[in-house]
Design a protein around this ligand. Structure first.
Ligand code: P1T
Length: 379
């Protein structure tokens, strides 16, 4: 089955009870048993729920994996992965990553005795310098949030395999429409399904997908034992969102390109970060591992003035000033004071998250309205 067909049918079957085309929302916490243990595959909804299972099958299908797991948020999914580790273990992670992921790593898991090395992975040659006998996992985002750095997944996966480490790729920004990390050698793909997979800014959810059965079993155990699952109503909404992922992504990419090209020519703009621009430092790697370049665009203004950046995001009318991304509507954010405020200023500035950085999640509205909005807001 090809990708566009998979978004609609992947891992799905019509409901056996009445043939309903969409899975029913099984809004139940428990399931009747005829005798202790005598049930139809479902005992309790933390462990399994048919609506959630339908969604988990869709996740697995989209990422070319064998097993999908859905969680109550992206961070809950990340948390489940970290529970594979034990005190004394080490992780090598990209330094440029979602602020909430950094906060979970440093404020929760460092306290539990796990050591993190945050490094730039624009050049993958440096990674091996940080691998010790205690290293168990490499964590990457690509494109990174919010600097839109591109990391060479194949190259990192070779290093991970050589040292027998798990490679986890946060595929939130790219989505499986643009890139499928398991096929490039990753062991676990993670998503904030809150974003493009849900696609309509109405659900908070996380996802993991793996190929390996033993790894899947360990993660299912953690999912059930820790319990950070999502409910059936939210599972239904994300499943519905996924059915239009391919058409939404096509438009996100077209509009992202138009916005990036407009900003790149604007006299007040200093840097534009969008992997489709030839000037992007890892444009060639983006071309080789992504089908297109997505709808996330970050930029800075000349002079790096905090007040000017705030004025621009406040002036926008079609773009809504808000956290999050990946919905049909365009959003704008100021990472230094919003999504990445939990990263200390000197750490964040090292990765490029300076005071004038603005991040756009370019939606699927008419391109002309988006450009006109940026024109009037930037001046
Ligand atoms: O918000 P949640 O569903 O828990 O997902 C966390 C997360 C994980 N990974 C990436 C790459 C993310 O962007 C996020 C959430 N990000 C935002 C809310 C944001 O505005 O960047």
């Amino acid at each position: 089955m090809k990708f566009n067909t998979k978004t609609i049918h992947g891992g799905q079957q019509h409901d056996p009870a009445y043939g309903s085309v969409m899975p029913p929302i099984y809004q139940t916490s428990t399931y009747a048993q005829s005798t202790p243990g005598g049930h139809k595959g479902y005992e309790y909804s933390r462990t399994h729920n048919p609506t959630r299972n339908a969604l988990e099958n869709a996740f697995a299908s989209l990422e070319n994996g064998n097993f999908g797991l859905a969680f109550g948020s992206g961070l809950a999914a990340i948390d489940a992965v970290l529970k594979l580790l034990k005190p004394g273990d080490e992780v090598v992670s990209t330094s440029d990553l979602y602020g909430g992921t950094y906060r979970l790593f440093t404020k929760i898991y460092e306290e539990f005795g796990i050591k993190f090395h945050f490094i730039s992975m624009n050049n993958t040659d440096k990674i091996e310098e940080y691998i010790t006998p205690d290293t168990k996992l490499i964590w990457i985002e690509t494109p990174t949030n919010p600097m839109m750095n591109i990391i060479d997944i194949v190259s990192v996966s070779k290093i991970a395999k050589k040292h027998n480490l798990l490679l986890v790729v946060d595929n939130t920004f790219a989505t499986p429409y643009l890139q499928q990390p398991l096929d490039l050698g990753a062991d676990i793909v993670m998503h904030s399904a809150t974003k493009y997979l849900g696609g309509h800014s109405d659900v908070v959810m996380g996802a993991l997908v793996v190929k390996d059965k033993e790894l899947a079993d360990r993660l299912y155990f953690i999912q059930n034992a820790s319990g950070a699952i999502c409910g059936p109503q939210d599972s239904f909404l994300v499943l519905r969102g996924i059915k239009t992922l391919h058409v939404r992504m096509q438009r996100h990419c077209e509009n992202g390109k138009a916005v990036a090209e407009y900003l790149a020519k604007h006299p007040k703009i200093e840097n534009v970060y969008w992997p489709g621009l030839k000037s992007h430092s890892n444009h060639e790697i983006a071309k080789s591992q992504m089908k297109d370049f997505g709808g996330m665009v970050s930029f800075t203004t000349k002079g790096n003035n905090y007040e000017e950046a705030i004025k621009i995001v406040e002036n926008l009318k079609v773009f809504t000033l808000a956290e999050s991304l990946g919905g049909v509507e365009s959003l704008a954010g100021h990472p230094a004071s919003m999504t990445h405020a939990s990263i200390p200023k000197e750490e964040r500035e090292k990765t490029g998250v300076v005071d004038s950085l603005i991040r756009l999640s370019v939606g699927i509205e008419d391109e002309e309205d988006l450009i006109e909005d940026l024109r009037q807001a930037i001046g």
